[in-house]
Design a protein around this ligand. Structure first.
Ligand code: MN
Ligand code: MN
Length: 295
């Protein structure tokens, strides 16, 4: 683990979060928000670790604007962004209520408080179900449900979801936290407490380098390997470089087994979902550094 790069990625993510937050208002196009965030990350000498997720209401995660997206910000909006420096990632998110709704505000407070309590709880040697239990208890104390099939995760270089997962409930797994980099991400909902796959998201990751006969598709595959390695990317990014013709190549690469396309994740009971997330570095000596926030 390259501490310097992890800390730098976290600092950039923090700065972008603070910079974008006041600019997000009801009615602003999601496409504009995503592109501003990703441009700012590059300006600050990082790279987006994955496409900015801008998920509204019952969509819990994995909504990134398409290249021609006309969706406007509204409802309870979750902004989930990632920065990497040389493959070392910081992953962070916050939620905004764009409706002046008491229920939305309470949902946001529940996931933020759960994250705050989880950050106090995580330490070297602690069992992961104890972190899940703190998250679950906090969210339930607001009268809401944690989303049981979404979780935090360990992060390794160029690998956003590596090794351990950090549950949002007490799942009885007693595996202990060792030194490493972890994202904690509580989701709170007034729905059922579970997500299912929705529509295709246009977010992909590389799963196999195997050859593809089509020339255009092969060129795009080479670009993906070079530019993103194992980190997620989206059709919007590819269209920005290769034009809309690349959409055909992306579906060929998916069919050929080179790419996996993620689905949008939708709350089963159509409940509204809030999310809060920070990335935490646990060092060998037990030292704990929250990379994406100042507390
Ligand atoms: Mn995230
Ligand atoms: Mn994450």
């Amino acid at each position: 683990m390259e501490k310097k790069e992890i800390i730098l990625a976290g600092k950039i993510a923090q700065d972008v979060k603070e910079w974008i937050r006041p600019q997000i208002k009801k009615g602003v196009p999601l496409l504009e928000i995503a592109e501003k965030i990703e441009k700012k990350i590059i300006e600050l000498k990082g790279k987006p670790a994955f496409p900015t997720n801008l998920s509204i209401n019952e969509i819990a995660a994995h909504y990134t604007p398409f290249h021609n997206d006309e969706t406007l910000a509204s409802g309870l909006l979750k902004v989930d962004l990632g920065v990497h420096v040389n493959g070392f990632v910081s992953d962070t998110s916050f939620s905004l209520d764009l409706e002046n709704s008491e229920e939305n505000k309470k949902l946001i407070e529940a996931s933020e408080k759960a994250l705050e309590n989880a950050k106090k709880t995580i330490e070297k040697g602690i069992q992961i179900n104890k972190i899940g239990k703190v998250i679950q208890n906090t969210i339930e104390s607001y009268g809401f449900s944690p989303i049981i099939n979404l979780s935090g995760h360990q992060i390794e270089q160029y690998n956003l979801h590596a090794g351990l997962t950090i549950p949002n409930i007490d799942d009885k797994r007693t595996t202990e936290i060792t030194a490493g980099l972890y994202a904690i991400e509580p989701f709170a909902t007034n729905g059922y407490g579970k997500i299912k796959d929705g529509k295709p998201s246009g977010i992909y990751s590389l799963i196999n380098h195997k050859n593809i006969r089509n020339n255009d598709a092969r060129k795009i595959l080479e670009y993906i390997i070079e530019e993103y390695n194992q980190l997620p990317f989206c059709s919007r990014w590819i269209v920005n470089v290769f034009g809309t013709r690349a959409l055909i190549s992306l579906s060929q690469l998916e069919q050929n087994g080179n790419l996996h396309q993620y689905a949008q994740l939708v709350e089963v009971g159509k409940g509204i979902v809030s999310q809060a997330e920070d990335t935490i570095l646990i060092e060998e000596n037990g030292n704990k550094i929250i990379t994406t926030s100042k507390d």
